[in-house]
Design a binder for this molecule. Structure first.
Ligand code: MG
Length: 390
């Protein structure tokens, strides 16, 4: 089999209201799909992490930089292709956009392998370690409102997420250390003390402010404090970890086994959050997961993007062993977007793919299907309607 073409589809639509996280507000939702065609008529689909205009830059890398390097190669030689592309891009990008672009291509190659061998992805990854995956809802994004208004909005949204049967929930922070603690306290009061709550700062803080927030979170029984400091600040992560008792999660902005080796060997995190669509694809995710396992760090994947990304993550989590294991192990979870209706999840797939319905009907759990490959393909008409080139 040979690769005959690699196309990139950047999809975008405007949200009804602006949402935000600690770095910016945004009005558009983006997804970036990669389509790899072969001479046997099998087409693989992948997805690249990278919102907004980053997706357009990544499209250029996929089509103009990576495609010419691997056209004509056998798509089943995933490891060879990964190493070839990484090696040739090494001098120009060991992190960031070139690796995000490579991720989408690599995921599509795994989809091709599944379709060629007529096996669901989880079987190619070692088979089922889990029948059902607990799902947590992320929402409570920042909005251009006063803290008092945001507190009221978050309290309502938290109740709504809980009513949908999610196993846990995650909120954004980043308003400033003191304001953040008011916000988290309000949400904690709204959902009660027995519900798992996580907070995500999207690296809003330096060590001193992160310590202040972290000590406050210690009092509010928070399940994890995500990206408290900048991804490059390994020393900040390490010191914060020794100062607070709340678990520290991170890694969504870390790339490849080389980057992850640094993050883990510097004792930065209690929970690893690899982003398969950004760190280098499934081929590299498996190595990062092995690194985390060898260091007894639980892996709870970062999930962002369309139904393609969610399906891939559901396979990865299905095949993931408990760390360390036991009769009552602490389970990984699937991250799921609960914000304003996300049509890249609900309307993009060609088959029924409703995580929300599964969560509602199965008390917070979702399961993977036995469809071959990733298990879903995007609807071509949907792509045509939402594709943008600038
Ligand atoms: Mg995050």
């Amino acid at each position: 089999m040979k690769i005959t073409s690699i196309k990139s589809h950047v999809l975008r639509y405007e949200l009804d209201k602006e949402l935000g996280y600690s770095q910016q507000y945004y009005k558009h939702r983006t997804a970036h799909l990669v389509e790899v065609e072969t001479d046997e008529g099998i087409t693989g689909w992948g997805e690249c992490f990278g919102p907004g205009n980053i997706a357009l830059a990544n499209k250029y890398i996929v089509e103009k930089v990576i495609q010419p390097l691997i056209i004509g190669e056998d798509p089943l030689n995933k490891e060879y292709i990964w190493q070839k592309v990484y090696n040739l891009l090494r001098d120009s990008g060991q992190k960031g956009m070139p690796i995000q672009a490579l991720s989408g291509v690599d995921i599509a190659l795994w989809d091709i392998l599944g379709k060629k061998t007529k096996a669901p992805l989880y079987q190619l990854l070692g088979g089922k370690c889990n029948e059902h995956i607990p799902v947590y809802g992320y929402g409570m994004m920042l909005q251009k409102k006063s803290t008092a208004e945001l507190i009221n909005l978050f309290k309502e949204e938290a109740k709504e997420i809980k009513s949908k049967n999610f196993k846990a929930m995650k909120m954004k922070i980043g308003l400033g250390a003191k304001e953040d603690l008011k916000l988290v306290q309000a949400v904690r009061e709204s959902i009660g003390k027995d519900f798992k709550l996580m907070v995500d700062a999207n690296h809003a803080y330096n060590l001193k402010d992160a310590t202040y927030v972290g000590k406050g979170l210690d009092e509010l029984d928070i399940f994890w404090f995500e990206e408290p400091v900048a991804p490059e600040d390994y020393e900040g992560y390490r010191q914060l970890r020794s100062r607070i008792s709340t678990s520290i999660a991170g890694g969504e902005a870390e790339f490849t086994k080389y980057g992850w080796n640094k993050l883990i060997s510097n004792n930065c995190i209690d929970i690893a959050q690899p982003e398969v669509c950004g760190l280098g694809g499934i081929t590299e995710y498996l190595k990062v997961s092995a690194l985390a396992q060898a260091n007894f760090i639980p892996v709870i994947n970062h999930v962002w993007g369309s139904a393609i990304s969610i399906a891939v993550n559901l396979h990865l989590l299905t095949a993931q062993p408990d760390m360390p294991g036991g009769l009552f192990p602490s389970k990984s979870m699937l991250e799921f977007d609960t914000t304003e209706k996300n049509i890249f999840i609900t309307d993009l797939p060609d088959k029924d793919f409703s995580i929300l319905k599964q969560v509602k009907e199965h008390n917070g759990f979702a399961s993977v299907s036995d469809n071959i490959g990733i298990g879903i393909n995007p609807n071509k008409d949907f792509i045509n309607e939402f594709e943008v080139n600038e």
